[in-house]
Design a protein around this ligand. Structure first.
Ligand code: ARG
Length: 460
């Protein structure tokens, strides 16, 4: 160790620390396929423009294929001294094909290269996420169809509010995920411009064809400003924003599973393969997967906050700070995808306790609104008066320890003489949900129609 105050760390000399802080290969090796794809497109464009010879172009293209094969086979030796994936690939290419490898970097910089690679990676991740979300929606829609007529309590303030159908509740999740998928698509459209050819920051004096590389890599077209091209990480921020809002949704769904799986609720039994036991309490079945989905949202938000903070205040154009973009993107991507897949598995296998849900649906005078609506509709009372009368009836039922539908008509008439026995056709949870046929409402018939629509909208 040296005598400087920070020297204890420096047995191998300061350059080892520089290498440690500077190297990104430990994580950016995940960009290898995108890096090689980008290099291939670049080399082919250079040949087409007469900047590279056919022979060099052929050597580079074949060499890159061989390098990729080594990486896929796991035989590639990644080197930290070579800093990042770009230098690792190029260096191996040189070992394989010699000097031609040195011509690949003509009219290009690692700055436009890394921006291109990461965009290609995020674009693939968005496509994968869209598919995973579609699977989750598919699982929810199937369960919603199965439980179109299953009655459960609907909540506001987590207090029993009005009876709803379980299918309707599950379809609410499908809508949330539908908006997530629409954000995925928006994000993909906005990011789909190719930075390759911006070079270090100012463009290049070589007669490159940026339209050709953009097209070869599946972009809509090239980016329009070289300075912006190498300094822009909006696409990564937007991807993390999309994942964060998705994680809000997943954590809310997960929280409901945790609540519903409790003994106090008893609405669901999470399948064995998504539960775990306790090392001390033999009776326990904990909904761990749901709790982890709820918790992992924090990681995804952290990734977004982290990268926002890295990017804020950076002057144009590239700064090495931006190398900090990859780990949050990769981690949030892995985390969100895992959570989506876990939720799909849980919803496919969860058992709903239909009797318990239905019994609870009527507790807490949840059909009081139906009674008030009847007073308005049949007796022509103003809603506020009907609200008052119904409140008095709820109090009577509560005092007698009865449900509303179990009150005697004569007792009810002592509160309002206009009540007739027709009132019993609107009390009771099945009557209540069946009457909710307004657009987007909870009636079983609506749910079945919504299931069919959801299949059209989301699963085609
Ligand atoms: N590893 C770098 C990154 O992730 C690549 C770009 C480096 N460019 C440079 N001029 N040092 O951002």
């Amino acid at each position: 160790t040296t005598s400087t105050i920070w020297g204890g760390r420096f047995e191998a000399g300061p350059s080892a620390i520089m290498e440690e802080i500077n190297a990104s290969i430990g994580f950016d090796k995940r960009l290898y396929a995108q890096d090689i794809r980008g290099s291939r497109a670049h080399a082919q464009m250079l040949v087409a423009q007469g900047i590279l010879t056919q022979a060099d172009g052929k050597a580079i293209t074949e060499g890159l294929e061989a390098v990729e094969a080594e990486i896929v086979a796991g035989t590639f030796q990644f080197s930290r001294a070579l800093e990042d994936i770009h230098m690792n690939v190029e260096s191996r290419l040189r070992e394989k094909i010699g000097d031609a490898a040195g011509r690949l970097h003509t009219a290009r910089s690692r700055n436009d290269q890394v921006a291109t690679d990461l965009k290609l990676w995020v674009r693939d991740a968005l496509d994968g996420l869209d598919n995973a979300l579609k699977d989750l929606q598919g699982a929810l829609i199937d369960r919603a169809e199965e439980h179109a007529g299953t009655v459960m309590p609907g909540f506001t303030h987590l207090q029993a509010a009005q009876p709803v159908t379980l299918g309707h509740h599950l379809l609410a999740y499908v809508e949330m995920l539908g908006r997530d998928r629409s954000r995925v698509r928006d994000c993909r459209v906005r990011m789909n411009e190719c930075p390759l050819g911006a070079a270090a920051l100012a463009g290049t004096s070589f007669p490159i064809d940026r339209n050709a590389t953009a097209k070869a890599l599946g972009f809509e077209g090239p980016t329009q400003n070289s300075l912006d091209s190498v300094s822009d990480r909006d696409f990564a921020l937007e991807y993390l924003s999309v994942l964060s809002i998705l994680s809000v949704h997943l954590s809310r769904m997960a929280e409901e599973m945790v609540i519903w799986a409790s003994q106090q609720f008893g609405f669901i039994r999470v399948s064995d393969d998504f539960s775990s036991g306790s090392s001390i309490m033999p009776q326990k079945r904990n909904p761990d997967a749901s709790e982890l989905v709820r918790g992992k949202a924090g990681r995804v938000f952290g990734a977004l906050m982290g990268l926002l903070t890295v990017m804020k205040g950076l002057p144009l154009t590239y700064g090495k700070d931006m190398q900090e973009d990859k780990e949050p993107v990769f981690d949030a991507s892995d985390t969100a995808e895992l959570c989506v897949t876990a939720m799909t598995g849980m919803f496919k296998s969860v058992t709903f306790n239909v009797e318990r849900m239905k019994a609870d649906a009527g507790k807490g005078f949840t059909t009081a609104t139906d009674l008030a609506d009847w007073l308005v509709r049949v007796l022509g009372k103003p809603f506020r008066d009907a609200h008052h009368v119904t409140g008095a009836l709820v109090k009577m039922a509560e005092d007698k320890g009865l449900n509303l539908e179990d009150l005697a008509l004569a007792d009810m008439q002592s509160v309002d003489a206009g009540l007739t026995d027709e009132i019993f056709t609107v009390l009771g949870v099945d009557n209540s949900v069946s009457s909710r046929t307004s657009l987007g409402g909870t009636a079983p018939a609506n749910v079945l129609a919504q299931v069919a629509q959801a299949r059209e909208r989301f699963l085609k």
